[in-house]
Design a protein around this ligand. Sequence first.
Ligand code: AHR
Length: 323
Amino acid sequence: MSRRRLIGAAIAACATILLAGCQAGHGGSPGTSHLVVGFAQVGAESSWRTANTKDIESAFQHAGITLRFSDAEQQQANQIAAIRSYIQQRVSVIAFSPVVESGWDTVLQEAKAAGIPVILTDRAISTDDPSLYVTRLGSDFTKEGEKAGVWAKKEFAAASSVKVLEIEGTTGSAPAIGRTKGFEKEIGDDSKFSIVDSQDGGFTRAGGEQVMEAQLKAHPDVDLVYAQNDDMALGAIQAIEGAGERPGKQIKVISVDATHDGMEALAQGKINFIVECNPLLGDELVKLVKKVTAGKSVPRRIEPPERTFTQEQAIAALPTRKY
Ligand code: AHR
């Protein structure tokens, strides 16, 4: 075979191999089937989290990109171990929703040294080194807290005193910090509001119920419960009903998330107002992974679309609610 023919045959063989590589993915676009993303999830503490996991898994499956998934069971140590394992596996991108805000610098420096880009999904971290992650895709939790405070001020406009119980999410987590800050800032300029207590309900239904049970004994005259997610609000509702009181009537309830169960309770008048926190981050995360691995620039911060719900709005939205 002549030298020119030999080169031609070699080029044709390479093209065939490349084409086969591109077609190996399941519905993925050409050039992404080789990507592997390590995703370190917080846990399975709430219905919001379940919806978030499901959405991310399905988006990656649809894109034909391999997703390695780990559940940290709300423990930072587990999440750090998962990230270290993804570094060892030399994945293309690490994505994670940090259990708490602080304490990530060491492990993220290891990812950086290994040349693996990190994307934060949902929750934020606090660090002095902005180079430790590429972008954060998630809600503005302070804004969510402010929306809850604005509603409380309107709802109790005619009252002379309002006793508030805060059922907070996991201590040290970005949503607990932001939702407390935004809410307290908003009601802080109205002296008729007093916070009788703020307790950690761990973003779980059982946590919300336990906190409410204890607080009803200590503060039976509470007017408003600000639960920082739907699961804790639903737990609190159970405790209020168990004590023979009517949630949404004698004790008003504000919640965050707008999951299906939360919206049902809002439609029934047991919750009075919900601030939405959007868990459907999968498609946007896939887009970010594709851009980052292609060396394209991405915005430093991406917020999903979110709104608030009253009872009437929940009734209208429920039939088509996705989660
Ligand atoms: O980080 C988002 C929060 O975490 C959601 O509001 C809550 O339900 C979840 O557990």
